[in-house]
Design a protein around this ligand. Structure first.
Ligand code: IVH
Length: 679
């Protein structure tokens, strides 16, 4: 045989063999030969192709290494829209989905579906980026990102570098002449960490999480970079296929696998919606141990004819659903640790994060609470951490994620000087304070915002932005300056026009007419919130009396402990604070005193603590609370020995038991009523 023909045969044999090993290694994770043996095969192929360059074809394993950089990624229109999925997290919603599927199918197929078995295929919801792959005559010809669902980016040459993506399909089970499949490109967690380590060592910025790393790696103009990134692929859908496709989604996944495409291995064919819920729970339990991130499972009606009958809405199919896991922690990197200064001067360390989405919200900063907390969690600049959203608003760092071989920065230290005004920093236990008081712009801004807040003086239109401008422009140096603002001055600020300036000035003037408790609260005395301010106002009746009270007198008031008493005493002793108060009063602040001062017959519940449990027949909780507070009493939410009365309504629960256990007096609603109006 001619030499060239022989070489051609050997080349084909080598390619076939290398593809088989690629598949065993990257898709099946079951290699049959050593890396060295694989490299030998690969080198033999490269050498032969170098000798016969005209025999090189695009589907050769040697052609995965990447091509010269592009100027931009070309746009491609998908042949069919790449839909997204409706997503839910609750069990009830999955049950509702099953009901809806039955109802719609009954309508479409014109028969009873209530008792019919509907099979669902359930598979992991891979957390990466969605791609479309086109195979023609068994060869990979094009790949694109999802983009907006209609138009994506052509990432064909980048995708070619993924070893788990077959460049040619296995012909044993004849694939359709033209096949469009959809899959997810993502990164394993260990590969992600190793990549970030390499990036940081080279002085490049680390990726916030594996999903971003996968997207950033695939959407490269230089495919040689993609080639170095450990991306993996799983295919979960045939979008179009000429000829016959399997009748069910389950068989479709088997077919994808038979053609050599990586298909989900962890999947279950569920014969009931309860089984779907059980599989979701099983996978969630395994989640932490998985080598890659998943954010839920995808539930799909198994029969393709039923899928077709159900059809799709504008953006999502009616036959599938993303059943997500409860929102949780996400990984990101601490870019810096800043220190913020609050209105009382407390310094709070704040982690500035590489922005990351946690449960649908992008988070770029998280509180570290105090120096002890930073030390306990051992958080340093550059660390990889997990952030979680505690409650709904304030994100927190859950923990540090140690990365093997990482070189860490020095431990965090609180500054000696206030980062805002440079004043000395004082320490009290785990807390650090700026000693600058109103001379510190951060504290001044904080106190102004607090003074103007709803619970305090309730000055409409005096929010964070305006306060910042007033302080930064030097228009307000201490609280009373607010009442000397003029329209001209306000008009000079950004965003103010005639009308808005008048509105703000009016709101400021209106706030002069206030109540003692609001005024006290507005002063921003440490430990004095709305409730304590009310207690003080009721007990003392006038501002003068409060200011004159010594520590003992204060401590004797029900609910005022030694800490609050100390805080009040030191606040009023401070000359600067006395001056501020005097100025406010001189400027016309009218602090209205409570109508019923201490000791009057109208305060029969003075000093009594109430807990409500169960539903009251004639009163809402808020109304009941007000009735108690108007009579000098207090309402708390949990029962203790200090509780005087537990008012038990209908279906009272554990609080009632607790009251009985502690021997706290339990009242019915009518007994409570009687207590309010003593005869
Ligand atoms: S099926 C028409 N199956 O989830 C059906 N999607 O929130 C289209 N995803 O954009 C999707 N794993 O990127 C499907 N096993 C899976 C999936 C999956 C991850 C992604 C996909 C989609 C997103 C929807």
């Amino acid at each position: 045989m001619e030499k060239r023909a022989k070489a051609g045969q050997r080349i084909e044999a080598l390619r076939k063999e290398i593809r088989r090993h690629d598949h065993l290694y990257y898709v099946k994770a079951k290699p049959e030969i050593s890396d060295q043996a694989y490299d030998r095969l690969f080198r033999e192929l490269t050498d032969l192709e170098a000798a016969y360059p005209d025999l090189i074809t695009l589907d050769s394993p040697t052609q995965r290494v990447g091509a010269p950089p592009l100027d931009e990624l070309a746009k491609v229109a998908h042949e069919r829209p790449m839909l997204s999925l409706d997503s839910i997290t609750d069990r009830e919603e999955v049950l509702a989905f099953d009901k809806r599927v039955r109802r719609e199918l009954a309508k479409e197929l014109d028969r009873e579906m209530e008792a019919e078995t509907i099979h669902y295929t359930v598979e992991p919801k891979y957390d990466g980026l969605s791609v479309e792959l086109v195979y023609e005559a068994g060869r990979f010809v094009r790949g694109a990102t999802r983009g907006d669902g209609q138009i994506g980016e052509d990432v064909t040459i980048n995708l070619r570098t993924l070893r788990s993506l077959p460049l040619t399909l296995n012909a044993d089970l004849a694939p359709p002449a033209r096949l469009v499949v959809r899959g997810e490109v993502y990164m394993r967690l260990d590969d992600f960490q190793a990549l970030n380590r390499r990036m940081t060592e080279r002085g490049e910025e680390a990726f916030a999480n594996p999903r971003n790393a996968a997207a950033g790696s695939l959407r490269q103009l230089d495919s040689r970079i993609t080639a170095e990134r450990p991306l993996v692929l799983t295919c979960y859908e045939t979008m179009t296929g000429s000829g016959e496709l399997p009748p069910t989604h389950w068989d479709e996944l088997d077919a994808l696998a038979a053609w050599g495409l990586p298909a989900p291995t962890q999947r279950r064919l569920c014969a009931s919606i309860d089984d779907v819920i059980a599989f979701h729970a099983d996978i969630e339990a395994e989640r932490e141990g998985l080598p890659f991130e998943i954010d839920g499972v995808v539930v799909k009606v198994n029969r393709r004819d039923w899928q077709a009958a159900l059809g799709e809405k504008s953006r999502s199919p009616r036959w599938a659903l993303a059943f997500k896991f409860a929102p949780r922690k996400e990984m990101t990197v601490v870019q810096d640790i800043a220190v913020s200064v609050g209105r009382t001067g407390t310094l709070t360390p704040l982690a500035l994060l590489k922005p990351v989405e946690v449960g649908g919200v992008t988070i770029s900063r998280a509180t570290l609470h105090n120096a002890d907390e930073v030390a306990r969690k051992d958080i340093r600049v550059g660390d990889t951490v997990k952030v979680e959203r505690a409650g709904d608003v304030i994100p927190a760092i859950a923990e540090r994620v140690p990365v093997a071989g990482e070189r860490r920065a020095e431990p965090f230290r609180m500054p000696d000087a206030c980062p805002v005004c440079g004043s000395a920093v004082a320490r009290e236990g785990a807390y650090y304070y700026c000693s600058g008081q109103a001379a510190c712009p951060a504290q001044l801004k904080g106190s102004l915002e607090h003074f103007a807040s709803k619970q305090a003086l309730n000055i409409d239109g005096l929010g964070e932005k305006t306060v910042a401008q007033l302080v930064e422009q030097g228009l307000v140096r201490e609280l009373p300056d607010l009442y000397e603002l003029t329209k001209d001055r306000l008009l000079a600020l950004e965003g103010f026009a005639d009308k808005s300036a008048s509105l703000l000035l009016n709101a400021i003037q209106r706030s002069k007419q206030t109540t003692l408790d609001r005024f006290l609260m507005g002063l921003g005395i440490r430990q004095v919130g709305r409730h304590i301010a009310k207690v003080l106002a009721r007990r003392f009746g006038t501002l003068d009396a409060i200011m004159a009270a010594d520590r003992d007198t204060l401590e004797n008031v029900h609910e005022i402990g030694p800490e609050i008493a100390a805080s009040l005493e030191s606040f009023f002793r401070e000359e600067r604070n006395r001056r501020v108060i005097r100025r406010l009063l001189d400027l016309g602040m009218m602090v209205e005193e409570p109508t019923r001062p201490e000791g009057g017959a109208a305060r029969p519940l003075e000093g009594k603590t109430f807990v409500f449990t169960g539903g009251l027949a004639t009163l809402g909780r808020d109304a009941a609370k007000r009735l108690v507070e108007d009579r000098g009493g207090r309402v708390t939410s949990s029962v203790s020995k200090q509780t005087d009365y537990v008012v038990a309504g209908a279906e009272a629960g554990s609080k009632l038991e607790e009251a009985r256990r502690l021997g706290v007096r339990v009242l019915t609603e009518s007994e409570f009523r009687a207590l309010l109006e003593p005869s």
